[in-house]
Design a protein around this ligand. Structure first.
Ligand SMILES: [Zn+2]
Ligand SMILES: [Zn+2]
Length: 95
């Protein structure tokens, strides 16, 4: 069968990349393809810290932008309290 929605979802996934790298310091995340992994900047474009491309424990790739633990070995990928707190700051009360 295969619905149009599934096709679209797969197409979008291909456009953005199959895998995710993210910054442990500021939470910046980006998708990438395996083919361009060697050409990617390893530093975060936002804060300059090193991006995490793979699990530091088993080197499995990361497939979710919101992963807090490795899907393969469950090693923590970043501090979960950062994930739990809102990244957006409340605007100062200025009008
Ligand atoms: Zn960063
Ligand atoms: Zn792992």
């Amino acid at each position: 069968m295969g619905s149009a929605a599934d096709w679209l979802r797969e197409e979008r996934r291909k456009t953005l990349g199959d895998w995710v790298a993210f910054c442990k310091a500021c939470g910046h995340g980006q998708r990438y393809f395996v083919e361009i992994e060697a050409d990617l900047e390893s530093a975060c474009p936002t804060c300059g810290e090193q991006l995490l491309f793979r699990c530091p424990s088993c080197e499995a790739r990361i497939s979710s932008m919101f992963a807090v633990a490795c899907e393969e070995c469950e090693a923590p990928l970043r501090a979960s309290e950062q994930f739990g707190s809102p990244i957006r700051r409340p605007k100062p009360g200025r009008r």
